[in-house]
Structures are given as C-alpha cells and as structure tokens.
Write a protein that binds this ligand. Structure first.
Ligand SMILES: Nc1nc2c(ncn2[C@@H]2O[C@H](COP(=O)(O)OP(=O)(O)OP(=O)(O)O)[C@@H](O)[C@H]2O)c(=O)[nH]1
Ligand SMILES: [Mg+2]
Length: 314
C-alpha cells in the first residue's frame, strides 16, 4: 500500500574525481573522508538521502586506476562489486582534469579523445546493464564550452541516461541530481530509518577520520602505507568517550615520520582527529594514538578485513 522507493546508487570514478566530497554534500554531513591525494577511499561507504518518497543509498567507492598491488586490487574489487549490486551507476569525471589530460578543450567531440583512465573505466561500465548517469564534477573550475564538448565525447563513448554538470564542492546542480535519481529508484520499502544518514559504526568512522589527518600531514606514498584501527572505545560515566587507536605502518622509518620530531606530527594528527571525532560523536573525546610497525600489513588478511575489504589471492 506504500508508494515508497528505495535503491542503491554507486558513485564510480577515477581517484580524486570527487566521489567522497559528493557523498558528503548529498548527505549533508561528513560520512566519508576526503583529501587532495589520490586513493583516499579504501572501502565502500554508504550515505543515505531521503528525497520525497524515495530513499537513495549512495555508495562511495575507491577510485579506479590500473591496479598494481594487492591493496589496489582489493579496492578495485570493492568498487566494481558495489557497481554490480547497484540500481543505478553514477560515473564521476573530474572535468578539469579530463579536459587538461586530453588537451582537447572545446574542439573535439570524438570519443577517442578521452584519457586512457576514463576509457578503461568506460569499457568495464559498458558491460553493466544498469542505468548510468554521467556526473561532470568540479564545474566551478572549468568553462562552459569545454564542458559541453567533454560531455559530447563521453556520451559518444557510452550512452548515458542523463548528464549532470555539478560541483560537489559548492553544491551546484545537486538538487536536480537528487530529484532525478530519486525518480530512478525502484519501488520498495525504505532500508533505513528516516533520520539515518550513514551505516558505518562510529569506531570505523573514527579510524577513518584519523586516517584523513594522516593524509593531510604526510607526504607522497606514506599515507598509502598506513592504516588505522580503533582498538577500544569506552563510553565514560561523564558522557565522554575514551578511544584507543593504532596506526599501522610498514617500516620503522615510517614510524619515525608519523611520530615526528619530539612527537609533534603525531600530536597534531591526534589533536585534529580528536576534534573531529568529538564533533561526529557529539561528546568529549579522549583519543590515544599508538604507532606500530607491521612490516607485512599490506599482505595481512586481518588488516584488510578491518578495513572492510576482501583479501584478494594475489
Ligand atoms: N574545486 C572543486 N574541488 C573539488 C570538487 N569536488 C571535489 N573536489 C576536491 O577534489 C579532491 C578530491 O576529492 P575526493 O572527494 O577525496 O575525491 P575521491 O573521488 O573520493 O577520491 P578517492 O577516494 O581517492 O578515489 C579534494 O581536494 C576535494 O576538495 C568540486 O566540485 N570542485
Ligand atoms: Mg574518496
């Protein structure tokens, strides 16, 4: 007797396209961590949005690129797994990056004039029969003529049901996106209570927040070689929370960098993380960070499980 709709929309795209930023903007709260560096998101993250009679479950996914290492493969598997399970797929393109990469701002409409990364993603997307929409993101950074040509190139490569020009950062174009995706969701009961916006437990969000602070403060490859786990979480009688987390690194030299001179780096990471975890948990937080060297953590199934990833054979 109800006329509600509910379904999953997978957000797919290259690293840094803005998938996590978009998820947070759509939900109206931070549920997925964001950084300037590529390969920030490691596992799928759900954000729930109510749009009229529709509940849309957006699934943020790790960015897609040619995988080399085991962790890369686990991340790609998670992204394509989410795409396989979704009711609709949203391909996010960093419009500025794509236009710059191909050097074809306004003149070319040919599908061949797309970056190699994008063409690889399109080839796999083509095999998926679900409805697909194209999201040209970061429109705050590009001019209109370049955008229209890029949209024509992408449409020639793969028929999209609709194209949206959006800015995940400013919120431009997101109202229409929510409305149109809501209408695409299949009829059915809502999966989550009306006021629920995320489904990850606080202790994993807390670990992700600390990892985001590592991304902000560490350089180059280091963040990639690091993972964070919440070891214990105690709600204290005064309403505050006592949280212990371990930062796993793969080398002793990395441990020194994470700790920093006189412990300064670790302290800054801890202060920033504590503030944000306290905000998310709406309570005072006492955060204790430990750094552990675990040389082979990138080959340890247990660490993958803790990240919400399946451990690939190789
Ligand atoms: N100017 C501008 N910047 C944006 C926009 N959307 C995202 N960004 C920035 O792009 C960078 C990457 O954003 P993320 O949301 O982490 O990208 P992602 O696609 O989730 O990246 P991975 O998790 O690595 O796959 C961040 O510095 C964002 O602030 C946008 O619409 N405009
Ligand atoms: Mg992300």
């Amino acid at each position: 007797m109800s006329d509600t709709r509910c379904g999953f929309v997978a957000l797919i795209g290259a690293p840094n396209a803005g998938k996590s930023t978009l998820l947070n903007s759509l939900v109206g709260a931070k549920v997925s961590i964001v950084s300037r560096k590529a390969q920030t998101t490691r596992a799928t993250v759900r954000g729930v949005v109510v749009e009229g009679a529709a509940q849309i479950v957006f699934v943020d996914t790790p960015g897609l690129f040619a995988p080399k290492r085991r962790l890369d493969r686990a991340m790609a598997n998670a992204a394509w797994g989410a795409a396989a399970d979704a009711d609709a797929l949203a391909l996010l393109i960093d419009a500025r990056q794509e236009i710059a990469a191909t050097g074809k701002a306004a003149e070319s409409n040919a599908a061949a004039d797309l970056s190699e990364g994008t063409r690889t993603i399109l080839a796999t997307l083509r095999e998926n029969r679900r409805p697909k929409v194209l999201l040209l993101n970061k429109v705050d950074l590009v001019d209109r003529a370049g955008l229209l040509a890029l949209s024509a190139r992408l449409d020639a490569a793969l028929g999209f049901r609709e194209t949206f020009m959006i800015s995940a950062a400013t919120g431009d174009g997101l109202d229409r996106l929510r409305r149109d995706l809501g209408a695409m969701m299949p009829p059915g009961p809502w999966l989550y209570p009306e006021d629920q916006i995320a489904d990850a437990p606080m202790r994993s969000l807390a670990a992700e927040i600390t990892r985001e602070k590592l991304f902000e403060r560490l350089h180059d490859e280091l963040p990639y070689q690091t993972t964070v786990e919440t070891d214990s979480w105690k709600d204290l009688p005064d309403g505050s929370a006592r949280i212990e987390q371990t930062i796993f690194v793969s080398r002793d030299s990395h441990k020194k960098i994470v700790i920093g001179e006189g412990g300064r780096t670790l302290k800054a990471i801890g202060t920033a993380a504590r503030k944000e975890i306290a905000e998310a948990n709406e309570s005072n937080v006492h955060l204790f960070l430990f750094v552990k060297v675990r040389e082979n953590w990138l080959d340890d199934p247990e660490r993958f499980r803790a990240m919400g990833l399946e451990f690939p054979e190789r």
